[in-house]
Design a protein around this ligand. Sequence first.
Ligand code: BES
Ligand code: MN
Ligand code: MN
Length: 454
Amino acid sequence: MDVVLNHIKNNQLHYIEELKELLKIPSISTQEENKGDMQRCAEYVAAKLSTAGMDRVEIFQTPGHPIVYGEWLAAPGKPTILVYGHYDVQPVDPIDLWESPPFEPVIRDGKIFARGATDDKGQMYMHIKSVEALIKETGGLPVNVKFLIEGEEEIGSPSLEPFIKDHLDLLKCDVVLISDTSLYAPGVPTLTYGLRGLCYMEVELVGPNRDLHSGTFGGAVANPINTLAKIIAQLHDKNGKVAVPGFYGDVLPITSLEKKNFSRLKFSEKAYAKNLGVAELQGEKGYSTLERTWARPTLDCNGIFGGFTGQGAKTVIPSKATAKISMRLVPNQDPKKIAKLFEKHIKSIAPKSVKVKVSSLHGAYPAITPLEHAATKAATIAMEKAFGKKIVYMREGGSIPIVATFDKLLKAPSVLMGLGLNTENLHSPNEHFNLTHFGLGIQSSALFFEEMAK
Ligand code: BES
Ligand code: MN
Ligand code: MN
């Protein structure tokens, strides 16, 4: 194994150069104009899987963006690991806040800056390099490995679930390995064992049949923006609980063991608040910040629009107002059920003076990986070896929609071996990835395959 680890250390500079090429491709999944870039990016990933030594590599077209598949299955009797990742990235706006252009990767201070650096191109690429190093130095892999790299994670993975349903045999595996989450802190080996789910809704209120002069009509009709603001303000009670009836019905309470584990982690509310530039933190009464973000469900308004938003003033009562509202879910909440409860509640509290339309944009089930699973143990040993430090187990407030599907359809648990940091500006301007973690991730991946063979 030492020759493999040395190979990885000696090739770090090549790996970074290749990662730069990947980061130059603007694979923004939500934008129609990047359709060609999505195909180009899938081809780049496929080419790198071939050079790494995969025996079969294929690009599958979908109604949305292409899925890249690769396999090396010459370890009979050994477990099969499915590596999942995504090559799509978030949009770049607000563009003027980037210190260097988002698709012109540069290294500053040991970090590579570009959209997708940490989420998820840099992290996904670690596994391609680890299999390459293993194959080059040992002539093969200690386990069977499949790659499933998609281009629609950031838009809720709409094509992936049907693809999995149609390719159950192709994707059959014992364990899924994913690097698309974060370390608890820089240099601290971390495994994430829980992800929140998501229920993303849009609420549209329509008042008068056209925009009105606010002097002539003001006072006589409901203003949809005022009404929407009142509705949103009612969605939490005074204790910070979500006020949608039935919302907490299926929530699994945090166990006392988990409470204890969370409270043992080094965490400073003060430093956390300072990093975010807020004077104080807030949330559901009776829970700590880690509990609130990892293991409790929440409701947030992501965007609100309507009326006049241009420069200066325009006196108008708008005809329409819209809010995008998302709820992060925890086990055992069901996004479909929550969407129904939400719609019913919004309709019940909206006054007759407006018409209400509630629609569901997308959803994801929450997921938990059992800590007792053999794969968690293998991943623990691998990361502790690579980092030379003791592992930390955490949960994550974000979502990876397909993880619950792997569980349900492939009956395989997901090992969440994330090497990012929550401070690396994922989804924000100046996204970056720590290159020390990039190298440690490649080593952790190789060591994980080796441990799994045992
Ligand atoms: N990699 C993230 C999930 C994540 C977020 C992990 C924060 C660790 C920390 C993933 O790409 C993501 O952004 N997921 C979306 C899912 C949504 C678009 C369906 C999310 O959580 O908002
Ligand atoms: Mn991601
Ligand atoms: Mn993301």
